[in-house]
Design a protein around this ligand. Structure first.
Ligand code: ADP
Ligand code: ADP
Length: 232
């Protein structure tokens, strides 16, 4: 589902550059929950942002669902990006839009008929348990509720893959667990492929099938979570 081939990302100029990622090879299968863990500065967010080409890799290839995204032109890339959902540490919601409108937003970009949007958003509100909050604004929600909106918005375009960028790092432990349970439910219900990055071991141990440990831009260990980390 996701395949990275010799992925390298350097920031800066040729003369003075930082290598954030160095020749990463990685495969994530359909329906898998794959975690990437590492300390601050290891290259996690660069890695996840290269998958939907929010960051353009310096070299190497990114394949998602059989398509080489790194070879696409702007128009095709935009189309394929819709099939890659993403959620963020700080939720990235539109503060002047209601919960409903935040979730509907990706659908309005593709000229989806209003009745279809309504059906889709109400299904998603039910899925994330926010039916009673659809007319609220983000500022009126708790952190966990905001992330539920983020998840619903990411699912609105029926993605092949969900990327989670430190999605629970701003949440307290109890809320973290409820968001992780929701991600597990969604993974099972839709056989959705999920890739997440985190610096928290607990997150990896509670939901991931496989894990890669990243250090200084390279993968130093990779395998089933139960083999890489002994469960407590
Ligand atoms: P992590 O997410 O694991 O904290 P990052 O991917 O943010 O790691 O960073 C990896 C390396 O790339 C670090 O050395 C960081 O300083 C550098 N880096 C990240 N983003 C940029 C940028 N926009 N410009 C220059 N260097 C960057
Ligand atoms: P129904 O509305 O018939 O009960 P489901 O319970 O299967 O349908 O799905 C709930 C909502 O999630 C629907 O709007 C559906 O279109 C949407 N959905 C289905 N598959 C996916 C997927 N792979 N990713 C995200 N959302 C999906």
């Amino acid at each position: 589902m996701i395949e990275l081939k010799q992925l390298t990302k350097k920031y800066g100029t040729k003369k003075k550059s930082t290598t954030a990622l160095s020749e990463i090879d990685l495969q994530v299968g359909k329906g898998e929950i794959f975690g990437v863990i590492g300390h601050s500065g290891a290259g996690k967010s660069t890695l996840i942002r290269c998958i939907n080409l929010l960051e353009r890799p310096t070299s190497g290839e990114v394949w998602v669902n059989g398509v080489n995204l790194t070879a696409l032109g702007k128009g095709d890339l935009q189309k394929h990006r819709r099939k890659i959902g993403m959620i963020f540490q700080h939720f990235n919601l539109l503060s002047s839009a209601t919960v409903y409108d935040n979730i509907a937003f990706p659908l309005t970009l593709t000229n989806t008929p209003k009745a279809d949007i309504k059906k889709k958003v109400s299904d998603l509100l039910a899925l994330v348990g926010l039916e009673d909050h659809k007319n609220k604004y983000p500022a009126q929600l708790s952190g966990g509720q905001k992330q539920r909106v983020g998840i619903a918005r990411a699912l609105a375009s029926d993605p092949d893959v969900l990327l989670c960028d430190e999605a629970t790092s701003a949440l307290d432990p109890q809320t973290t667990d409820s968001i992780l349970r929701l991600l597990l439910d969604i993974n099972k219900k839709f056989n959705l492929t999920i890739m997440l990055i985190t610096h928290e071991m607990h997150v990896i141990q509670s939901v991931c099938d496989r894990v890669a440990v990243i250090h200084a831009g390279g993968i130093v260990e990779e395998g089933p979570v139960t083999e890489v980390f002994l469960k407590p």
